[in-house]
Design a protein around this ligand. Structure first.
Ligand code: GLC
Ligand code: CA
Length: 544
């Protein structure tokens, strides 16, 4: 895995340089006392983000939307939803962020639109409408579904439309009809929307459910297969309703479009029911002709175990094409927060530090989900306050995704400094003990640990661009080397609540560069007793 060392031509790309921070705009900062986060609120917090040291922020959707799926159902790709502000506000955010060397990544939801998007309104108006084929219409007999495809959020993926007597496809909610990327006119229209934002100076995009874009042209039924959850969607192998081979061709057109501009990027959300690093890596193409980055969600359901973690990491990194670039992610707005997933009670704070070091020192671009840096936890939402359509439909079997979307905990005042009124979702009960203000003041806080890690990454060529190889340091330990020409870093993570002896087969003089337990600069011996949940980076300078 050492062939990446000389991958120097790409050094200048900002999205390889540092950490990207995901903001769920409804929940970050409310500037106008309506209980909902907004763009002006984000602007108020840019200094915080600059101080944290991130190079970019990814905003979950802010486009005009009737909010059936909180912005993942867009009714106007060029408009900004009034709940978040105006186009002027957004342009100001871009400028203010750029002034602080922070790039802006927009979430593009282009597998589907809202059912209220004018394109769909036209498409459903008659069978002969010019935009009819911009969406996916099949069948002509009510009750006889075109095939067995299921919607990801439950029920059939086909919705009967009385007026024109056909079914339309919706891979998610029925308020989210799938567009037809095989139609050249639709593709042209979508690419025009993308160009609009590129011309405005947007630095990159996150492509929502990118592996759903192209469906089987013969609409074959999916074969039977058992997935992760006992829900109807997982009783099929999704080989015909997504991940079609033609997708890579489409992605090469996307890439060509972005390549016409300077240093723009796209990161794809690749959905899979089980850990599937090969699938994510596939959509990088050869590293130059498809996505720039693709999320591998393996860690969303990997148990807390050093060996398992290593295996997952190997599986992904071994498949990254030579000219491609990996990324690392532990949390987002659809998944139980990593702190909650991995904590067994009193271990949470310690495990969060192990995860933080892994995230920031792994090869590739790290993604932090807002609040992860202060150890925010999932909040149990009472039934009466559930907002997410998934939670409304499946509570109590599936509480939905509100629990990981609660307001950012800024300080100890009444509404956690997020708003001056009751927010759209409840605030975590522990916000008075766990918030940004307190953690900025406390030198040993998780937040300051993140800041130190990010600052270290900024200075270290080995962490940013070095090769990756795993070491066998001992039972329950995860250890890997990151080597560049001028320096090597070795990362050692103790996954247990017990001391462990570490035996490293590395020579030369190594000094502690950053650690949960050791002093910086102290020499580290290859055979050391590690503290419980110790996370340490040791470093060796190379002779010139
Ligand atoms: C993605 C988004 C999720 C949304 C879905 C449908 O998975 O991350 O929040 O509900 O796509 O657009
Ligand atoms: Ca607001």
């Amino acid at each position: 895995m050492n062939e990446h060392l000389h991958d120097t031509p790409h050094y200048s790309f900002w999205w390889k340089e540092g950490v990207i921070y995901q903001i769920y705009p409804r929940s970050f900062m409310d500037s106008n006392a309506d209980g909902i986060g907004d763009i002006s609120g984000i602007i108020q917090k840019l200094d915080y983000l600059q101080d944290l040291g991130v190079v970019g922020i990814w905003l979950s959707p802010i486009n005009k939307s009737p909010m059936y799926d909180f912005g993942y159902d867009v009714s106007d790709y060029r408009g900004i939803d009034p709940v978040f502000g105006t186009l002027k506000d957004f342009e100001r955010l871009i400028d203010e962020a750029h002034a602080r060397h922070i790039r802006i990544i927009m979430d593009l939801v282009m597998n589907h639109t809202s059912h209220l998007h004018p394109w769909f309104v036209e498409s459903r108006s008659s069978r002969t409408n010019p935009k009819r084929d911009w969406y996916i219409w099949q069948g002509n007999k009510k009750g006889k579904y075109p095939n067995n495809w299921m919607a990801y959020f439950g029920g059939r993926a086909w919705e009967w439309d009385e007026k024109t007597g056909q079914y339309y496809l919706h891979s998610f909610l029925k308020e989210q009809p799938d567009v037809n990327w095989r139609n050249p006119e639709l593709k042209k229209a979508m690419f025009n929307e993308v160009r609009f934002w590129l011309d405005k100076g947007i630095d990159g995009f996150r492509l929502d459910v990118v592996n759903f874009f192209i469906k089987d042209d013969q609409f074959r039924s999916n074969p039977f297969g058992i997935g992760k959850y006992p829900r109807p969607y997982d009783l099929q192998k999704h080989i015909y309703d997504r991940d079609r081979p033609e997708l890579l061709e489409l992605l090469s057109e996307w890439r060509a479009l972005l390549d016409k501009y300077d240093a723009r990027m796209m990161v794809g959300e690749v959905v899979a029911e089980k850990p599937n690093p090969a699938l994510a890596a596939k959509y990088l193409g050869d590293g130059t002709n498809a996505l720039h980055l693709a999320f591998d969600f393996s860690f969303m359901d990997t148990k807390w175990d050093a060996k398992l973690f290593e295996n997952r990491l190997r599986a992904y990194h071994e498949r990254i094409p030579e000219k491609g670039w990996p990324c690392t992610v532990f949390s987002n707005h659809d998944q139980v927060r990593s702190f909650t997933r991995y904590s067994t009670g009193d271990d949470g704070e310690k495990r969060a530090r192990v995860i933080a070091m892994l995230l920031i020192t792994m090869r590739g671009t790290p993604f932090i989900y807002y609040g992860e840096e202060i150890g925010m936890q999932n909040v149990r939402i009472p039934k009466s306050r559930i907002q997410d359509p998934v939670g409304k439909r499946y509570w109590p079997f599936n509480p939905g995704r509100d629990g990981e979307r609660t307001p950012m905990q800024w300080d100890s005042t009444q509404f956690a400094g997020f708003s001056s009124v009751e927010p759209w979702l409840p605030i975590a009960r522990n916000f008075r003990e766990k918030n940004v203000e307190i953690q900025l003041r406390e030198p040993s806080s998780l937040l300051n640990f993140y800041k130190d890690l990010i600052a270290f990454r900024k200075k270290s060529t080995a962490i940013r661009y070095g090769t990756l190889s795993f070491l066998n340091a001992g039972h329950d330990l995860l250890s890997y080397l990151r080597c560049a020409e001028n320096e090597s870093c070795c990362i050692i993570l103790n996954f247990t609540r017990f001391p462990r002896t570490c035996t490293l087969n590395i020579d030369g003089v190594w000094n502690v560069a950053l650690s949960t337990h050791r002093k910086i600069g102290e020499q580290f011996h290859p055979t050391e007793k590690l503290f419980p949940y110790e996370a340490t980076i040791i470093k060796k300078e190379h002779q010139a």
